[in-house]
Ligand binder design. Structure first.
Ligand SMILES: *[C@@H]1O[C@H](CO)[C@@H](O)[C@H](O)[C@H]1NC(C)=O
Ligand SMILES: *[C@@H]1O[C@H](CO)[C@@H](O)[C@H](O)[C@H]1NC(C)=O
Ligand SMILES: *[C@@H]1O[C@H](CO)[C@@H](O)[C@H](O)[C@H]1NC(C)=O
Length: 301
């Protein structure tokens, strides 16, 4: 009988105690770490997608271009055969600080299709080397892509560019338009002012910077510290790209020219890194481009 009373008491009081504890914890949480308490829930676009491993490439290695060793990998259809069948290779250009592995979902999805897929680690990033005798610029990154395509004897190609890679894609379309078949430009900018002032405070960007710092230690052939490399890349971000409507007029328009590159300006509707008005402006400036807004995703879709 006594045991039963104790048990009943326990059952009655335990939830009350737990409720008190929870209240206290929330109060402490609110007092101690207001920010952390509020971010207990995150919307899907405020979280980083986990990257599956890359599929096995058909080739990976470096090419000596413009004074650096540019790392690249080839997936999907045979390069010579796919081009003979009229399918332009698709070149994947990653965002600043990242590397080819960030395209694992896309490469895995497209690897059994008719196109050859080529991923490139941009200079100073991933497994590519840097040339510290000159600044990192979009022009030199653009020229690295062209030099690799020359080496691989690829005349015309398409690009899937994310962030910096999207800017590089524009650099290619502006200056080498006859070689560009299509551009899928996700999360692009045309001026450093397009970077959202609050991006550094977001959970996604902070997580991203933790990831890339770890990856730099694993992948980079450079003996320079991450901080030195970071300084060089941030110097580029603070001054480039610096394009106007006039720069984009160098891209031939689909309205006048059937061979003009097909250009998709792609945005996440919950972008946190690029200001919300940027994709619309780019779409207006690239006459004949398409504007695609992906639902419920941010810069790290
Ligand atoms: C590169 O190719 C080698 C085989 O040549 C393979 O062992 C390695 O896993 C590949 N690396 C990547 C990152 O795909
Ligand atoms: C591409 O064109 C832009 C706009 O005119 C120019 O600023 C840039 O220097 C050019 N880049 C290359 C690699 O030719
Ligand atoms: C900057 O990003 C936040 C989301 O992180 C968004 O709410 C805000 O509207 C953005 N600002 C601009 C100017 O696009």
């Amino acid at each position: 009988m006594a045991a039963l009373i104790v048990l009943t008491l326990c059952l009655l009081t335990a939830p009350l105690l737990r409720a008190q504890e929870v209240k206290l914890q929330s109060l402490l949480g609110t007092l101690d770490n207001n920010v952390e308490f509020q971010t207990a829930y995150r919307a899907p676009w405020q979280t980083m997608p986990q990257l599956p491993p890359m599929p096995a490439p058909k080739f990976n290695g470096t090419a000596s271009v413009n004074g650096i060793d540019l790392w690249y990998a080839i997936y999907g259809a045979d390069l010579v055969e796919s081009q003979a069948q009229g399918h332009a290779p698709v070149v994947f250009l990653h965002g600043g600080f990242a590397n080819s592995d960030y395209f694992s979902y896309q490469v895995d999805y497209l690897k059994d299709g008719p196109h050859t897929l080529i991923t490139i680690d941009s200079r100073a990033q991933g497994r590519s080397t840097d040339d510290t005798s000159q600044p990192i610029t979009f022009d030199i990154i653009t020229q690295d892509v062209v030099a690799l395509m020359d080496l691989l004897q690829v005349e015309r190609f398409s690009t899937v560019g994310w962030s910096d890679g999207a800017c590089t894609s524009f650099g290619l379309a502006m200056n080498y338009s006859q070689r560009i078949d299509r551009v899928f430009a996700f999360g692009a900018t045309y001026n450093p002012e397009n970077i959202n002032a609050t991006v550094m405070e977001t959970h996604t960007f902070q997580t991203y910077m933790e990831w890339v710092q770890k990856e730099y230690k694993i992948y980079s052939p450079s003996s320079a510290s991450f901080e030195d490399f970071e300084k060089r890349l941030l110097a580029m971000w603070s001054s480039e790209p610096h394009w106007s409507a006039e720069s984009f007029q160098k891209i031939p328009s689909r309205f006048d020219n059937p061979n003009a590159p097909i250009i998709w300006i792609v945005a996440g509707d919950s972008e946190e890194a690029v200001t919300r008005t940027t994709p619309g402006i780019l779409h207006d400036w690239i006459w004949g481009s398409s504007l695609v807004v992906l639902p419920s995703v941010g810069h790290f879709a």
